[in-house]
Design a protein around this ligand. Structure first.
Ligand SMILES: Nc1ncnc2c1ncn2[C@@H]1O[C@H](COP(=O)(O)OP(=O)(O)OP(=O)(O)O)[C@@H](O)[C@H]1O
Length: 229
């Protein structure tokens, strides 16, 4: 009988912990993600969702455990050089140049990537076609988020790290986000999403990070109690 080896996960977090500012933020996280996989991170404010993504992006190193990409520790310099070229990062800091046009704001990133021809179709797909020649300073918050998503499409790297990608998007925008995530995964792309808002991602794994501190009584709780008694 021919026994096939199970394929290595593309990304494996093996008992990973992470400190920030001498504080333990993430403890003993184990996750494996194959091509086409998606992991949704949830949890209260300060629970470590962004820290998780930052660590995957290489901005913070695990304080214990390993992050393996194709079986190799991403903190090894030779590996990290290759690994970081797989990553596409979307965060609340949008790195949009106000004086550039919408098109330039996307095309710059595409050119840096050594690619061309993706920017305008991506802008159009994200519903910003009519604004392509306008300065980015004219954009609303939701339109800025759409511009960031157009960049993601134009750069077209396999591993997406998305920190609150649906914030400021309207319903249509959220549907578009869900669509591009699904299409990316069909091509074998991997998506990590940190979010407080519901995003429909088929067959996604969910990781709810525990709160770092016990919940304190808030003013709202106190008012509720006062109403009951
Ligand atoms: N620049 C920083 N330096 C040191 N510690 C930080 C820094 N930024 C955040 N932290 C700490 O890391 C913890 C986790 O923060 P993180 O931003 O990862 O949480 P989060 O789950 O993404 O929160 P939110 O839902 O509010 O976006 C916070 O409790 C905070 O104390």
């Amino acid at each position: 009988m021919l026994l096939r080896k199970a394929p290595l996960p593309r990304i494996l977090l093996d008992n990973v912990s992470c400190m920030r500012n001498a504080q333990q933020i993430l403890r003993h996280v184990n996750v494996s993600v194959h091509d086409g996989g998606a992991l949704v991170l949830t949890g209260s404010n300060g629970s470590g969702k962004s820290t998780f993504l930052r660590m995957l992006a290489g901005f913070s190193k695990p304080s214990a455990g390993q992050i393996l990409w194709n079986g190799h520790d991403v903190t090894e310099s030779g590996v990290f050089h290759q690994y970081k070229l797989q990553l596409n990062w979307l965060s609340l800091k949008d790195a949009i140049k106000e004086k550039f046009t919408v098109l330039d704001n996307v095309q710059w990133f595409e050119l840096l990537e050594g690619k061309q021809g993706n920017s305008l179709p991506a802008i159009e797909l994200m519903g910003l076609g009519r604004l392509a020649k306008d300065k980015a300073r004219m954009l609303s918050m939701g339109q800025r988020k759409r511009l960031q998503l157009a960049r993601l499409l134009a750069i077209d790297r396999p591993i997406w790290l998305l920190d609150e990608p649906s914030v400021a998007l309207d319903d249509d925008g959220v549907r578009l986000l869900e669509y591009i995530i699904a299409e990316h995964r069909k091509k074998g792309g991997i998506v990590f999403v940190a979010t407080h808002l519901p995003i429909n991602i088929e067959d996604a794994m969910y990781l709810r990070l525990p709160p770092r501190f016990p919940r304190r009584m808030t003013l709202v709780d106190m008012l509720d109690r006062a109403e009951i008694s």
